[in-house]
Design a protein around this ligand. Structure first.
Ligand code: NAD
Ligand code: TYD
Length: 350
């Protein structure tokens, strides 16, 4: 595999995947294809942007003509597809944008790949990065396996479920080599502060209210983003065509317990009295259709490909909090919108 298009590489997880591939595989040409929506931030990739095996291309996966000409010009050998609208709350207010990017955008990429790769499906690969949210919600017991029936509840998870089905249909109908992974909630550096963990860190730091939806009893299974990027690397290189893998950290937390833990960590790190940050916790109206619990059974990935998480949640959370405290400029640029200027300064003449 020589040339790989990674879509959504300027986002949270995509930037970690791009960095890992650029650094680990100097003989690969990595193209980061990203529209740079509000969630795309090229500052996430400053450390590798001048590497000889890396290129950024600004573009919209919904734009069929652009995608077709990209495949014609670049003739990639593989796609690792992360570009998506990814925030459940935004999907509740703007579902159509999720259909366009997550469903239509994915089908555009599949079509372009189908044309471009004719006659060499066995030497190419379409890797679709998906979410555990396609499986719906769990009660108190049980875990999602690769066999769990799809049962999405939010416009976000419905759009991801739809794109998963299209990806499988392209394997079954046209014989393309596709792989899908469904991962649980990620956390770590470069996470846009609209999602729970970076939002809570940012608000606690700034002594702003920390909004807890409903009673805070919903449960998520958290995985360190660099472990997700490593899982994608392992699956991309080793999975058989048509396979699906669940990725997760065996690490379930009730939202309220997680927020309290962050308050305790930040009290210590910011020199506050014990219990001071927890006073910022504010219960707010619950999210519509809020899934109660996600938990991933990642034993297939462990047994077949030997992947297990590399660090504990305590270690990962400490690293993450330290990263946000050390990267005030990144956080300030993201919260003020200034990060969008970076593209103009850095890439306007390319
Ligand atoms: P993100 O919102 O941080 O980044 C998404 C990226 O996609 C951004 O850089 C954005 O500019 C780009 N993008 C959006 N629309 C585009 C379009 N039309 N054309 C080209 N680029 C576009 O998302 P993330 O959290 O990094 O998630 C990446 C992928 O992983 C998504 O497919 C998501 O469904 C999946 N996923 C996320 C999580 C999680 O916890 N964040 C967990 C499991 C799976
Ligand atoms: P989020 O980070 O949006 O991820 P997802 O909805 O994809 O799991 O939310 C994680 C959990 O935290 C989810 O149960 C909703 C809840 N939540 C809050 O309680 N307050 C918040 O401000 C946010 C953003 C999320």
């Amino acid at each position: 595999m020589q040339k790989i298009i990674i879509t959504g590489g300027a986002g949270f997880i995509g930037s970690h995947v791009v960095r890992r591939f650029v650094k680990t595989y100097p003989n690969y040409n990595i193209i980061n294809l990203d529209k740079l929506t509000y969630a795309g931030n090229l500052e996430n990739l400053r450390d590798i942007e001048n590497e000889p095996n890396y290129r950024f291309i600004k573009g919209d996966i919904v734009d069929l003509e652009f995608i077709n000409s990209l495949f014609d010009n670049e003739k990639p050998d593989a796609v690792i597809h992360l570009a998506a609208e990814s925030h459940v709350d935004r999907s509740i207010s703007s579902p159509l944008e999720f259909v366009m990017t997550n469903v239509v955008g994915t089908v555009n990429l599949l079509n372009a790949a189908r044309e471009s790769w004719k006659g060499r499906y066995d030497q190419t690969r379409f890797y679709h990065v998906s979410t555990d949210e396609v499986y719906g919600t769990l009660g108190e017991d049980g875990m999602f396996t690769e066999e769990t029936a799809y049962d999405p509840h939010s416009p976000y998870s419905a759009s991801k479920a739809s794109s998963d089905h299209f990806v499988r249909a392209y394997q079954d109908t046209y014989g393309m080599d596709v792989v899908i992974s469904n991962c649980s909630n990620n956390y770590g550096s470069f996470h846009f502060p609209e999602k729970l963990i970076p939002l809570a860190i940012n608000n606690i730091k700034q002594r702003k209210p920390v909004p807890v939806y409903g009673k805070g009893e919903n449960i998520r299974d958290w995985l360190w983003v660099e472990d997700h990027a490593r899982a994608i690397d392992v699956i991309f290189h080793n999975a058989k065509a048509g396979q699906t893998y669940n990725i997760g950290g065996h690490n379930e937390w009730k939202n309220i317990d997680l927020i309290n833990l962050l308050c305790t960590i930040l009290d210590k790190k910011l020199g506050r009295e014990a219990g001071e940050s927890a006073k910022l916790i504010t219960y707010v109206t619950d999210r519509a259709g809020h899934d109660l619990r996600y938990a991933i059974d990642a034993s297939k990935l462990k047994t077949e490909l030997g992947w297990v998480p590399s660090i504990t949640f305590e270690e990962g959370l400490e690293k993450t909090v330290d990263w946000y405290l050390a990267n005030e400029e990144w956080l300030a640029n993201v919260t003020s919108g200034n990060y969008q200027q970076y593209y103009k300064g850095q890439y306007n003449n390319r």
